[in-house]
Design a protein around this ligand. Structure first.
Ligand code: MG
Length: 342
């Protein structure tokens, strides 16, 4: 029998984190656990306000889940279809169950989840994110993050050029740029992208508001750098429309209901000739170690959501000179820390 346990957890950040739409210093999480024949699989939901989930919605959703009709955890596709059918939205809490289920079946098979999906062990270079701040503070952060191969810079403000100039004065690390829908004028955005290219930028994430399909498509047609849809691309069904609007997609487990749909999205995007980025929210090593299982399909990896937290309850994926180093253990490869969670 598959049994479910869950518990809220307050993940705290070392620093206040700001983007063009708001700021936060903690992340309310729902930790989940699925057990079968004495083996535990661990999952996690991290719920940014933008996507409308909260501890209350996650609790209500999990209270509806009844897995008594499923005798076999390897009935994975049907279990996840059942979970998805319980209510629309709720993608992060659905992801927590998908992650726990894949952790469980990886442990039952004694395989890391990436091997179950036919993917090699990957040790991707992750970018490290610098949130919106004064140009001076952002440059200080850049110096602190000198072990990373790439810096992901949050823009979409009136100060974008000053921020980049300040950071570029202290480091030569290439930039991933995330405007978080902050650019409203397409001609100005295009001019800025040309300038950002000259400053050593690899790609541009969510340049304009997600509703502005024609503006983003106009920009993508002319942009000298690849564009990546993030807020505009949540699930598998969004990709076909996004293929004419962006060069690539940012896959996050919390948006797309988990590893299984994330795998399908990466394969679909590649089939459409699109680039694949793996991203995250503020998360523990649980969801980050889960997302990293798909790194073999990614062109760019931004899995840094666990790095500046102070009370990560799991040990999992490691970091060495900017490279993520999975443990190689079965499932998603994490161990609960000394503090008892469940
Ligand atoms: Mg983004």
């Amino acid at each position: 029998m598959l049994t479910l346990a869950f518990k809220p957890y307050d993940l705290r950040l070392k620093h206040v984190f700001r983007i063009s739409r708001g700021s936060r210093s903690n992340a309310p999480l729902m930790l989940t656990r699925l057990s079968f024949e004495g083996i535990h699989g661990y999952g996690e939901a991290s719920m940014p306000v933008l996507y409308g989930e909260s501890l209350a919605t996650a609790t209500a959703f999990l209270n509806q889940v009844d897995l008594s009709g499923f005798a076999d955890p390897f009935d994975t596709e049907r279990i996840l279809q059942y979970i998805d059918s319980l209510a629309p939205g709720n993608t992060a809490v659905k992801a927590s169950l998908d992650i726990a289920l894949h952790d469980l079946i990886g442990k039952l098979l004694q395989l890391p989840v990436h091997r179950y999906f036919g993917l090699p062990a990957a040790q991707p270079y992750t970018s490290m994110t610098i949130g919106v701040d004064t140009p001076d503070e952002m440059a200080k952060k850049a110096l602190k993050y000198n072990e990373f191969r790439y810096l992901k810079i949050k823009l979409g403000t009136a100060d974008d050029r000053a921020m980049i100039t300040a950071i570029r004065s202290v480091t030569q690390q290439p930039f991933f740029i995330d405007a978080n829908q902050g650019w409203k004028n397409k001609e100005e955005a295009l001019e800025l992208i040309h300038w950002l290219k000259a400053q050593g930028t690899v790609f541009i994430e969510q340049p304009m508001p997600r509703e502005d399909i024609t503006g983003n498509a106009w920009l993508t047609e002319r942009s000298p750098l690849p564009t990546v849809g993030d807020e505009a691309v949540q699930r598998l069904a969004d990709i076909s429309r996004a293929s004419s609007t962006y060069h690539g997609i940012n896959i996050k487990l919390m948006k797309c209901t988990g590893i299984r749909e994330g795998f399908k999205m990466a394969v679909t995007a590649k089939a459409l000739g699109m680039k694949v980025m793996l991203g995250c929210m503020t998360e523990t090593s649980c969801a980050i170690s889960a997302a990293a299982q798909l790194a073999g399909l990614a062109d760019w990896v931004d899995l840094d959501g666990h790095l500046d937290t102070v009370n990560n309850p799991y040990t999992g994926i490691g970091l060495s000179e900017g490279q993520l180093v999975p443990t190689g253990e079965p499932g998603i490869g994490i161990t609960p820390g000394p503090a008892e969670i469940f």
